[in-house]
Design a protein. Structure first.
Length: 136
């Protein structure tokens, strides 16, 4: 069984020219949608933070920014973030990143939900994170 437009063409309800035109228009729309999605995913500011991006992070900085987005939305995913951090071991700063992720895991367990976002933002900022206890 083919697509709906192929079935309509076989039944004779539309002409072959109209079917070809429809198929060409659909191909153009699909390609435009694919390019739009690709451009959004390649612009770092528009990337949705998810665990798949952590797996393919190219640098420690990229990993930290993606991890921040993931952990703010889903702090319970810290175990997965730590697991992906181990893949960064061979990169510059990778061992410190692993240490930082374990410290964040331990810190998140001690904090209330309201304090977690502030803690994460401080720990994963670009220029030297801090892990001191939060003062009210």
């Amino acid at each position: 069984m083919g697509t709906l437009s192929e079935e309509i063409l076989k039944s004779g309800l539309i002409s072959p020219e109209r079917h070809a035109r429809h198929t060409a228009e659909k191909r153009v729309r699909d390609e435009a949608e694919r390019q739009k999605n690709h451009s959004q995913l390649t612009a770092k500011s528009r990337r949705p933070a998810n665990l798949l991006l952590l797996e393919h992070a190219e640098s420690v900085s990229d990993f930290k920014q993606t991890a921040l987005g993931v952990l703010i939305e889903h702090p319970e995913a810290i175990a997965d973030v730590v697991r992906f951090a181990h893949q960064m071991r061979g990169k510059p700063g990778g061992k410190r990143l692993i240490w930082l992720m374990y410290k964040i895991r331990d810190g998140l367990a001690k904090l209330s939900a309201e304090e977690q976002e502030r803690f994460l933002r401080r720990a994963l900022r670009k220029a030297g994170g801090t892990l001191e206890p939060l003062m009210p």
